[in-house]
Design a binder for this molecule. Structure first.
Ligand code: G4P
Length: 526
């Protein structure tokens, strides 16, 4: 095997996603502990934004600053190089998470056993489904009272719209929680609350081994056998190919805080999770094993230092080997650049690296050349697609409040939108600029950054909109007729595509009924 192939096969790049508070940070930390990347619990700072701070975005940005360090965490485990891509917990930054999901090969979803599937998880799962991303589910907090595991499985299937297959099974829950039985490997792990140490496994031959009765008591052993029998009756055998194609999600139970059930998860993960996969570019499919380097920017993180505008562009390596100081083509601008200080992320440190392989993420210092979705190659004109925009939830007109600074304002808006802070729509009728966001916070972020980084001041004016829909039709005449009728509500997105801005759900529904030949899309990827 060539060196490149063996590097690729070693890599597992994934994201952990959850509704805030389900235990994403805790699980991340425990995985790092197993990898020896950190040595004590509590070392990983949550990039979770404290609920109390929602009205003070400077505070939030400070907290978010932490997430530069934890944006990507690499560690080695059993000869594998594992890259965890972190995702912001705060829902106002959901777009960041969507984009991060375009850079991973698989996902672990954390669900709180008491709360079940929550809103944010449902939304993120939709993104995974769109891309057929393989998903493993970790049901967390078994040390606390929660729901019946069978009910949780039903809920996972219904709410996440994916088939599930438990690979471990809990023995009781809450105060009576005794451990998990590993269906996959026929082993038993007994629960000993311990925040630092890994729990030992009990060796058993199979589910009928009397050792189980001796260790957990015969009542619980009987219940476990009944449950496992029911599981094998109800759920088909776990099939790896179905997992890899995103059709079935294996489910694990445990307690991240107690480092319990986490090793089972990790051991299974490295066995079944995919190595870097081919990625579809507009022009062709790019295989990781190709000799020539390609990569794309999926995230841009602004620096908190208000004195100089500098960012880090996160580049996912898709094929070949990225080398420091080599010239690469920045496809959008047609210019070549060399990068003398690319950084890689191991645990929570970032270091300058000489080379990086498919599946890796590197940080490139950016003084404004990059936009989200930009492609770097060794000369090929390639465009990676699949960085979807979703219809924003909130809209406002952005107006210039200092006529002397029009240029600065336009430049600022362009760059901030390029970073993916929010979405810009330009009304086709009156040319007014409309900014669409997922939450109120982004408006504050934009106003502040325009002033401090570009010296431009803006003000917001209300506009009442329900949703932005990307429209298309096979019938040019129908499309033209629609645009004429709705001309006051038509806009262009950043790529010049037609977007219909519906001001209420009723208007949208009527438009869908009146114009059956028009297709309405709620994401830009269709
Ligand atoms: P998040 O990143 O998904 O938002 O969740 P995070 O890991 O920060 O966990 C949220 C809370 O749940 C934390 O408590 C954490 O200690 C707790 N937790 C995580 N896993 C488990 C578990 O297996 N069992 C129990 N009982 N609790 C768990 P917190 O009080 O909000 O924060 P902290 O002060 O403990 O850090």
């Amino acid at each position: 095997m060539t060196e490149l192939n063996s590097e690729i096969n070693k890599r597992r790049t994934f994201a952990i996603i959850s509704h805030p508070d389900a235990g994403k940070t805790t699980l991340t930390e425990k995985l790092l502990l197993f990898g020896g990347a950190i040595h004590v619990a509590g070392a990983v700072k949550s990039n979770k934004i404290k609920k109390t701070a929602t009205s003070d975005w400077m505070e939030i940005e400070k907290q978010r600053g932490i997430s530069v360090a934890t944006s990507v965490m690499g560690f080695n485990y059993n000869d594998y190089k594992i890259n965890i891509l972190d995702t912001p917990g705060h829902q106002d930054f959901a777009e960041d998470t969507y984009r991060t999901l375009t850079a991973v090969d698989s996902v672990i979803i954390v669900v709180d056993v008491a709360k079940g599937v929550e809103l944010q998880t449902r939304k993120l799962m939709e993104v995974c489904r769109m891309r057929n991303t393989p998903v493993i589910i970790f049901v967390n907090k078994l040390d606390r009272e929660g729901r019946d595991p069978f009910d949780i499985l039903d809920e996972l299937e219904q709410e996440l719209k994916i088939s599930v297959r438990p690979l471990t099974w809990p023995i009781n829950i809450g105060a009576k929680f005794k451990g998990v039985y590993n269906i996959y490997e026929n082993s038993l792990s007994l629960f000993q609350p311990d925040k630092q140490r890994v729990t030992d496994r009990v060796e058993i031959t199979d589910i009928n081994d009397p050792t189980i009765d001796q260790t957990v008591g015969s009542d619980d052993a009987t219940k476990l056998r009944d449950d496992v029998e029911l599981i094998s009756g109800v759920y088909p055998e776990f099939n790896e190919d179905e997992y890899l194609s995103g059709k079935v999600a294996p489910v694990f139970f445990g307690s991240a805080l107690n480092t319990f059930g986490v090793k089972e998860l990790l051991d299974c993960f490295i066995r079944i999770a995919p190595a870097p996969k081919p990625i579809q570019a507009m022009e062709r499919e790019v295989r990781p094993q190709e000799e020539k380097f390609t990569g794309f920017v999926f995230k841009i993180q602004a620096n908190m230092d208000p004195n100089h505008r500098s960012c880090i562009a996160f580049v996912k390596i898709c094929s070949g080997v990225f080398r420091r100081n080599e010239s690469y083509l920045h496809v959008r601008s047609g210019k070549t650049y060399r990068f003398s200080a690319p950084t890689a992320f191991m645990a929570q440190k970032k270091d300058v690296v000489d080379e990086a392989f498919p599946g890796d993420v590197i940080g490139l210092p950016d003084s404004g050349i990059f936009k989200i979705g930009d492609t770097l190659t060794q000369g090929e004109l390639l465009h990676f697609k699949g960085l979807p925009s979703f219809s924003p939830e909130m809209f406002k007109y952005i107006e210039n409040s200092d006529p002397m600074k029009t240029k600065q304002l336009n430049k600022g808006i362009e760059q901030l939108m390029g970073e993916g802070v929010a979405q810009l729509f330009v009304n086709q009728f009156n040319n007014r600029k409309i900014i669409g966001t997922v939450g109120q916070l982004q408006f504050e972020v934009i106003q502040y950054r325009l002033l401090h980084e570009y010296g431009a001041s803006c003000r917001w004016e209300p506009i009442h909109l329900y949703k932005a829909c990307w429209i298309e039709s096979d019938d040019d005449e129908a499309l033209a007729a629609f645009k004429r009728r709705k001309q006051q509500f038509m806009a262009h997105d950043k790529d010049g595509r037609d977007v219909f801005l519906a001001d209420s759900s009723y208007v949208l529904q009527m438009a869908q009924e009146d114009f059956p030949k028009i297709k309405f899309h709620f994401t830009s990827e269709f």
